[in-house]
Design a binder for this molecule. Structure first.
Ligand code: HEM
Length: 491
């Protein structure tokens, strides 16, 4: 959809030289295929062109926003004209049936966004804190039982919280379903900007037999739909037979007058499960990155422990709770540094400009300029020794404001709805694990290789409970919350 004035001549910031027609498309996709580290270096290198750099991506122009200042100016201060999404017939259409909120154009997005505010506003998020404390106690319990599966538990922990927030019930899905759900989320993310059809929308008008590679995306979309139904139908049955406990999905989403988006079942399913999918995978990647930081920079791990013990004491009598978050500022600084150091979302989904914009000598035409927040660009600009993991760089009095200086959650009207929940669950997991467990490398590792997509252990780590007293502390807390959290799901 193009809402702005068209036909005006662009004057765009400089960028790397590209090929005729394809522009920088192949070099960008090649960098992305090289894995998060290679892609990160590629994106960070665009800083040499300045606070903004242009990538010509087929028929589209990505304006990479590399500094805090220009992101505030363009995405936040001008959010009225920068909150649209581009037309993406594959990622949004074929793979998502036009129903995933993240990529929807404004007219279809707005109602879902309002609905999500009911779920994730400041007051509701406080209620979820108690559940997060319960789920994190089970995370520690699972670590005790079989520490070699730490990476599996990270995902269970983040899904269990999102599942409960959205559907009101404790997680009851077997590991195989969780694997499918994770794979679905990863594939969706890869589909964003992953297909030639989204860079050259004209290709979609070719006769069907000439649309090479399209079947791959169609099969993906079909499979995603099946996975979503497998999670949704049992929940819907509990709503129908009156056994579903109160939840936002049961009481708000499925019970709107007039019904949400016309009451279409798939609408509610995509919205509810998209929140679980968005809410779990990124957070688990940050937790894994924290484990990497702990083995690569053990002094920072030690400092987390000291910051926690300064508040809860050194005698293993109590765990940290959410009420401790304001005092444990170093833990908050660790979270910000993780988001800078290893951003799980290397490029924020593109924001389409809907009115022509003249900005600092450049002219960005509406409808064809895609404003792209670049967490690697911002996170590598003006930071001393940016490859080092150094939470102290965030100890500036604004540690607990996760959005200050961090653009990993996007910005403007599309900003992530779940960042407060994320902050709470990362805080609990990091503070509690650092208090109770020793984390050491169990072999060779490369601090750039987080291997988020593998099903096995991504890098070799040995987790050991610190002492008998810490074991007892975990057992006690686990017993206290046993009736309420997803204990069985953590097995
Ligand atoms: C480290 C954790 C997370 C990261 C890095 C992250 C990142 C993002 C980003 C970059 C966006 C798009 C923003 C934009 O376009 O400007 C987004 C949107 C979204 N996020 Fe998050 N997110 C995280 C955690 C969560 C959690 C915990 C939830 C829910 C419980 C959540 C739910 C969503 C939803 C539903 C959207 C789409 C919002 C819309 O369509 O308006 N996210 N997130």
């Amino acid at each position: 959809m193009v809402l702005g004035r068209r036909g005006t001549r662009a004057k765009l910031p400089p960028g790397p030289r590209g090929l005729p027609v394809l522009g920088n498309l192949l070099q960008t996709l090649k960098a992305r295929k090289g894995g998060p580290a290679a892609f990160g270096f590629y994106l960070a290198d665009l800083n040499r062109f300045g606070e903004m750099a242009t990538l010509h991506m087929g028929s589209k122009n990505w304006v990479m926003l590399n500094s805090d200042r220009v992101i505030k100016e363009i995405i936040v201060n001008r959010s009225k004209i920068t909150n649209e999404r581009p037309f993406q017939p594959i990622a949004s259409g074929v793979v998502s049936r036009w129903k995933r909120t993240l990529l929807r154009p404004v007219p279809q997005w707005i109602e879902g966004r309002r609905a999500m505010h009911h779920l994730l506003n400041g007051t509701s998020v406080k209620t979820y804190g108690e559940w997060q404390e319960q789920e994190s106690a089970h995370l520690l319990g699972a670590y005790l039982e079989d520490p070699s599966k730490w990476y599996i538990y990270h995902y269970r922990y983040t899904v269990a919280i999102a599942f409960r927030v959205v559907l009101g019930v404790t997680l009851d899905r077997p590991t195989s379903d969780l694997e499918d759900f994770r794979r679905m989320t990863t594939e969706f993310v890869i589909s964003i900007g992953g297909s030639a059809y989204d860079y050259f929308p004209a290709l979609n008008k070719l006769p069907r037999w000439m649309q090479f590679g399209r079947k791959f995306w169609e099969d993906m979309g079909e499979w995603h739909y099946k996975v979503l139904r497998k999670w949704w139908v049992p929940f819907k049955e509990t709503v129908s037979n009156g056994t579903a406990p109160p939840s936002w999905t049961r009481d708000f989403l499925m019970n709107q007058t007039p019904p949400f988006m016309g009451g279409v079942d798939d609408e509610a399913m995509y919205l509810a499960l998209s929140i679980i999918s968005a809410g779990s995978d990124n957070t688990r990647m940050v937790l894994n990155a924290w484990v990497m930081s702990a083995i690569a920079f053990p002094k920072t791990f030690q400092k987390v422990r000291e910051a926690v013990e300064k508040v809860v004491g050194t005698d293993a009598t109590r765990l940290p709770y959410l009420m401790d978050l304001p005092q444990m500022t170093y833990v908050s600084a660790v979270i910000k540094e993780l988001l800078r150091w290893r951003p799980p979302v290397p490029v924020v989904p593109q924001h389409l400009l809907t009115e022509d914009l003249d900005f600092e000598g450049y002219h960005f035409p509406a409808g064809e300029s895609l404003m792209v927040i670049s967490p690697y660009g911002v996170g590598r600009r003006g930071f001393k020794d940016p490859e080092a993991f150094d939470p102290d760089r965030w100890m500036n009095g604004k540690e607990t404001n996760l959005l200050d200086g961090i653009w990993e959650f996007g910005g403007g009207r599309r900003v992530c709805v779940g960042y407060v929940i994320t902050q709470q669950e990362l805080f609990l997991a990091i503070a509690r694990i650092a208090l109770c467990f020793d984390v050491e490398p169990a072999g060779l590792f490369d601090m750039y290789e987080l291997r988020h997509d593998v099903r096995t252990e991504p890098f070799p780590v040995k987790m050991t409970v610190r002492s008998e007293k810490h074991r007892e502390l975990i057992e006690r807390e686990k017993g206290r919350v046993a009736e309420t959290a997803s204990e069985s799901a953590l097995k």
